[in-house]
Design a protein around this ligand. Structure first.
Ligand code: BV8
Length: 240
């Protein structure tokens, strides 16, 4: 049974997507409810071309999303994963999310495949910029050193993932004896293909209210919201 497999697992790896933050009130990537912004295609807004074509619109979309992240609180799903980390011999959290709710729930150094919405970078130099580095007489603000627009520190469609983070994520899944995939539609690559690195003997557990490519291949599919399913899983396996 799943609870026993959790108790015996030596290295549990978890991959999360926007669904784990849904119960914190952060719209999922494809499920945005916000009227004004739903007129735009997130695939366009979250792309290099989108920023090049309309830097002001893209900057304002991220500013709106950043406000939602700062106003949000971690939910029971985030807290359950933070508890699980201290209950298994080895634990690796990989997230596609650009929010910091895993960290605020107590997870130690999650691997952010797609960067962070809370980081601002120079669009030319790539370096992180803080307030003192910005000329804010334009929208987006500009890098004080080179004059290029500032951009969010996320990985856009058409951009490479940070090599070191991706390699660490692949190595973790390849050495896992259980992979838990929570709250992702499994359509974004290469994140979605991480599951293929899981050793055949290791169970794949998927938590999602909807079916996905991953759930169809799962050994255990828990069709429920993460905020309910994850605390129940940790309680059943460890009584915590
Ligand atoms: C790259 C940061 C090399 C920005 C994001 C191979 C095959 C096909 C396509 C490609 C491929 N390789 C590359 C591509 C192109 C592209 C891609 O994948 N396109 C797809 C969409 C067709 N990938 C890339 O460009 C990647 N780069 O591969 O580099 C390269 C370089 C140049 C040229 C070619 C290749 C870069 C991808 C990174 C994009 N950046 N985020 C930002 O956030 O603004 S991805 C974005 O989508 C978010 O990070 C989000 O997390 C992520 C994935 O979406 P999900 O997390 O799954 O969210 P979604 O809304 O889709 O689903 C939510 C799920 O939660 C649902 O299933 C829902 O049922 C569930 N849910 C809802 N409520 C709950 C819940 N679950 C649990 N509990 C709940 N309560």
């Amino acid at each position: 049974m799943l609870a026993e497999e959790f108790q015996e697992a030596q290295h549990v790896v978890v991959l999360t997507g926007a669904g784990v933050s849904a119960e914190s009130g952060i719209p999922t990537f494809r499920g945005s409810t916000d009227s004004y912004w739903s007129q735009f295609d997130p695939m366009m807004l979250a792309s290099v071309e989108g920023f090049r074509e309309n830097p002001k619109l893209v900057w304002e979309w991220y500013a709106m999303r950043r406000e939602k992240v700062l106003a949000a609180q971690p939910n029971p799903a985030h807290f359950a994963l933070a508890r699980l980390e201290g209950l298994v011999p080895r634990f690796t959290l990989i997230t596609q999310n650009v929010d910091d709710l895993h960290e605020r729930a107590g997870s130690q150094n999650p691997l952010h495949l797609h960067g962070s919405i809370l980081v601002t970078r120079c669009s030319a130099e790539g370096r992180a910029l803080d307030g003192a580095d910005l000329l804010d007489d334009t929208v987006p603000p500009r890098c004080r050193r080179c004059g290029a627009y500032a951009r969010p520190g996320v990985v856009w469609f058409g951009e490479m993932l940070p090599r070191d983070v991706w390699d660490a994520a692949e190595r973790a899944v390849a050495s896992a004896d259980m992979l838990l995939i929570v709250g992702t539609s499994a359509v974004v690559h290469p994140a979605a293909s991480l599951a293929a690195s899981l050793p055949k003997i290791a169970p794949l557990v998927v938590v999602n209210p909807e079916e996905t490519e991953h759930s169809r291949a799962a050994d255990y599919f828990i069709q429920a919201p993460a905020g309910a399913a994850l605390p129940a899983l940790v309680e059943a396996a460890f009584g915590k």
